[in-house]
Design a protein around this ligand. Structure first.
Ligand SMILES: Cc1cc2nc3c(=O)[nH]c(=O)nc-3n(C[C@H](O)[C@H](O)[C@H](O)COP(=O)(O)O)c2cc1C
Ligand SMILES: [Mn+2]
Length: 456
């Protein structure tokens, strides 16, 4: 049975009832002002709805993924269990995928047909140095030109005119692979961008290729989270498929070899992605569901909690298979959500902290730093992690450096995707000795005592 999370409309209603939608009633400029307000609310436990973007009737929605508290409430899971929950859903999908279904009709086809005009959509310009308005929260659905297997991913699209965009596809992405295959066959690659969908599909798009290799239909992941097969309808102008209840869908074509300037764009790293020639996208149809809201994402905590959370889930699943004693993992926010992984390990034998470092890097290639700590350390508390580093790391033999290794191209330390990585073994020497035992106090509840402050 489909749940409240399979449709952005019911998601907003659900969150609103629980006081988790903050509404901006005033008219707001889409150029810089909207993102400026969003940046002030980033990370808070409510999402934001801009009711009156200047010059448009369609509200703009952001912040669905910027708080784990909000996300845990939406998914009805305990916050700290999110990586376990997500990895459980991915595992269930790997074992027994629930395929999407193609149906004849859905709300996305109920809008009035109009000429293709991207300027008619409330697409904001985020950071002060951005190269223009960006479509950055839509899920790309494409099919392998050879096998027909579907892929889901999220890419940023710079709007350059009414019917054209330029897209950034990072090295190694499955969309890049599909474009190469289309090129070899002398064909165009057709796909849809599905904006305003449920978190299951968003997570499917953010699932790393290490967990969802190119021969698997990633859309089944959405079915798994949503509790029912994802419903698709066929494109009206192109040989594509789109999400039946998405808010806004673009039917698109890439002609292999066509490129145009894309960038700059404020990225998850806190730096601007540079301008470079990147693939051109022709938009052949724009579908708008009646009553649609337009979803946008600031490249910050929202990405850390999507790409980062799915990365955490895959690292956790891999480590639990390969390294005895792994308890939990966390991609720290100071590490841009996916450059620094902290692993909690109850070491069973000497040397396994270093095994954990190697397995972690292999499970999620964008990582640059891995820190392994014992199970008495709070991995979500940077002060506690630093305590382990300050007192338990032996710099002479607890540091592993790997040079000339593939990493994340957006990280300035990895020009052309090449750089060096570091692992810190911050675990107590094994076997454990008294010198490294953490001092403990009795766990009492202050409410059991009458306690006052000052003269009271
Ligand atoms: C909001 C958001 C924006 C993203 N932007 C891009 C992008 O512009 N280019 C890119 O290649 N990946 C981007 N990603 C990451 C990919 O979508 C993600 O790594 C995905 O798993 C890739 O799918 P694939 O393994 O099927 O290629 C973005 C992710 C999110 C959540
Ligand atoms: Mn994929």
């Amino acid at each position: 049975m489909a749940t409240h999370i399979s449709d952005l409309k019911t998601i907003i209603e659900y969150l609103d009832e629980r006081g988790r939608i903050t509404k901006v009633h005033s008219q707001i400029d889409l150029e810089h002002d909207l993102a400026g307000v969003a940046a002030k609310f980033e990370g808070q436990s409510s999402a934001l709805l801009f009711e009156k973007p200047k010059g448009h009737d369609m509200p703009v929605f952001t912040g669905l993924y910027w708080s784990r508290e909000l996300l845990a409430d939406l998914l009805q899971q305990p916050e700290k269990q999110l990586p376990q929950y997500v990895s459980g859903c991915i595992k269930a999908w790997q074992q027994k995928p629930v395929e999407p279904v193609v149906i004849d009709h859905g709300p996305i086809l109920d809008g009035d047909a109009a000429d293709v005009d991207l300027h008619a959509l409330p697409i904001p310009i985020h950071a002060l140095g951005d190269g223009g308005p960006y479509f950055d929260a839509g899920v790309v659905i494409a099919s392998d030109p050879e096998t027909g297997v579907r892929n889901a991913s999220i890419q940023r699209f710079l709007v350059v005119d009414k019917q054209t965009m330029h897209v950034n596809i990072d090295a190694g992405r499955h969309l890049e692979l599909y474009l190469e295959k289309a090129s070899k066959r002398g064909e165009s690659l057709y796909f849809t961008i599905n904006c305003g969908v449920g978190p299951g599909l968003h997570f499917a798009a953010a699932t790393p290729s290490e967990a969802a290799p190119p021969d698997t239909d990633e859309l089944g992941i959405a079915s798994e989270f949503h509790g029912a097969p994802l419903e698709l309808v066929r494109g009206t102008k192109t040989p594509t498929e789109m999400v039946a209840n998405a808010m806004v869908v673009l039917e698109c074509e890439m002609i292999p070899g066509e490129v145009g300037d894309e960038g700059p764009f404020a990225e998850v790293t806190g730096y601007y992605a540079k301008v470079a020639p990147r693939p051109v996208v022709h938009v052949h149809a724009v579908h708008v569901r009646p009553g649609a809201v337009f979803q946008t994402i600031l490249s910050g905590v929202e990405v850390w909690n999507s790409v980062g959370l799915l990365g955490e889930a895959n690292v956790l699943a891999t480590l639990q298979r390969q390294v005895p004693g792994v308890q939990d993992v966390y991609f720290s926010h100071g590490g841009c959500g996916f450059y620094h992984c902290v692993v909690q390990l109850a070491q069973k034998r000497a040397g396994w902290a270093k095994q954990a470092i190697m397995a972690t890097f292999a499970a999620f290639p964008p990582l640059k730093i891995v820190t392994v700590v014992d199970d008495d350390v709070d991995i979500r508390n940077p002060m506690d992690v630093e305590w382990a580093m300050a007192t338990r790391l032996n710099p002479a033999n607890g540091v592993m450096v790997v040079d000339n290794v593939f990493g994340h191209g957006l990280n300035p330390g990895f020009p052309d995707y090449l750089g060096s990585k570091i692992g810190f073994d911050c675990c107590r020497p094994y076997p454990h000795t008294y010198e490294y035992d953490r001092a403990k106090y009795k766990d009492v509840d202050p409410a059991d005592y009458r306690i006052t402050r000052g003269t009271g």
